[in-house]
Structures are given as C-alpha cells and as structure tokens.
Write a protein that binds this ligand. Structure first.
Ligand code: TIU
Length: 220
C-alpha cells in the first residue's frame, strides 16, 4: 500500500479505494459579491489556494482516481433551506437574494458555479448540498459505497465549516480521512490552524493532514 508522510503519523491507502472530495470551491465563497463576502469576509485568502487545489485535482486526474466536487447551494424555491439558516446573520443580503453574481447560494446561479480553474471534467461527480456537511441530504454516501471507496482526501473551503463538518461526517461513517493542509483555507487563519490541530490531535481523532505535493507524489 502507498504511504503518505502525514500528521499525526503515516497515512496508507489501498490504490483503487481512494477518492478526492473538493468542498465548495465555488464563486459564492471565493469571489467578491457571493455568500462569503455578504457575510462580511475578505475572500482573497480563499482565492489564493486555487492553484494548489488544481495541482491536487490534476494529481488525481493523472492517476485516474475518482473525484467528487461539492457546491453549497439551495433549490430556487428554497424548500431545502431551513428558515433558521436564511435568517442567520442579519445581513443586508441573504440566501436567495439577488447579488452581483445572481441569487446568493442558489443552485444554477452564476455565483454557485465552481471557480473557472476548478470546474468538474466529464466523469467527475458534482454534489449540490443544502448543508455544511456533504453527507447530509445528498447521495454522497450511496455513491461512495457503490464505488467501494474507503479512503478520502479532502480539500476546499472553508476549513472549519464545510470541510471540517464533512470530514467529521465521513469519519463517523468509517472513512479514513486525509486533509490536504495547503489546499484548504478559512476566512480566519486562526480557525484553520485550530482545525488542523484538532483533526490530528488524540492520535488522529478525525483523521490525518499532509501537504498537497506529498499527497500527489504518493499517487504516482
Ligand atoms: N461561512 C463559512 O465559513 N463557510 C460556509 O458558509 N460554507 C462553507 O464552508 N462551504
């Protein structure tokens, strides 16, 4: 089995049972005028990881391994958006309101698209999810089961919200989870650092972390 030098210790994976999950690298979080900026965040640190996420994607593509992209997005009629989620934050604009990139956090609007450098290629899966975790109210669990996947590599945004929530959901479902440290980002550097630390603590209570280049090398 290939072995990746990771924290808190080596991560080994059976080739053919590992997949990449790229969380929410969509314009809503990475570009000005989307959900992230409407919540009051500076989106530039998130835009900075796009080339690194692309390297990770290209590594999985070269190795012909499964790739899943997620987007946080709601139906246009908002029937999948709890009123509590819509009301949260008391901002001038909220989920479903018209912003510069179309209706905020709505599936099918320009702001909900993956950023151009990270669009899904034919054969890759895109999961649109109404929650922070990618397993909640989606077909992700079924899809991984039918493909016989046991090991998941994670990237995307934001580290402590959708990435961590999904990683915890996956960990509880028995997946061996590895987070690409430099292919994830937060609007809050201290939250990213804390998330990496809490994932690796207690012998890898949620999983492992490793740099993108180390992961890509091990896939070859
Ligand atoms: N606000 C924030 O940090 N994140 C989200 O709302 N969604 C994701 O993390 N994708």
């Amino acid at each position: 089995m290939p072995v990746i030098t990771a924290q808190p210790y080596e991560y080994s994976f059976p080739t053919g049972k590992i997949a990449l999950v790229v969380i929410d690298m969509q314009r809503d979080f990475v570009e000005e005028g989307g959900f992230g900026s409407v919540l009051g965040n500076d989106v530039r640190p998130l835009a900075a990881i796009v080339p690194t996420v692309r390297r990770l994607l290209d590594g999985f593509r070269a190795a012909k391994l499964p790739i899943i992209h997620t987007r946080e997005g709601h139906r246009p009629d908002l029937t999948d958006c709890p009123p509590s989620k819509r009301a949260r934050g008391k901002g001038a604009l909220g989920i479903g309101d018209k912003g510069p990139m179309g209706r905020i956090l709505i599936d099918g609007e320009p702001g909900n698209d993956l950023v151009p450098a990270l669009v899904a290629l034919p054969g890759e899966t895109v999961i649109v999810k109404p929650g922070k975790g990618a397993f909640y109210a989606t077909r992700l669990g079924h899809l991984l089961e039918t493909q016989g996947i046991s090991h998941l590599v994670f990237a995307g945004v934001t580290t402590e919200v959708c990435v961590q929530t999904t990683m915890r959901e996956a960990n509880d479902r028995g997946y061996e989870c590895l987070l690409a440290e430099d292919a994830t980002e937060s609007y809050f550097p201290e939250f990213k650092a804390a998330t990496l630390a809490m994932i690796r603590a207690q012998g890898g209570i949620v999983g492992w972390t490793a740099p993108t280049d180390t992961i890509v090398k091990a896939l070859r």
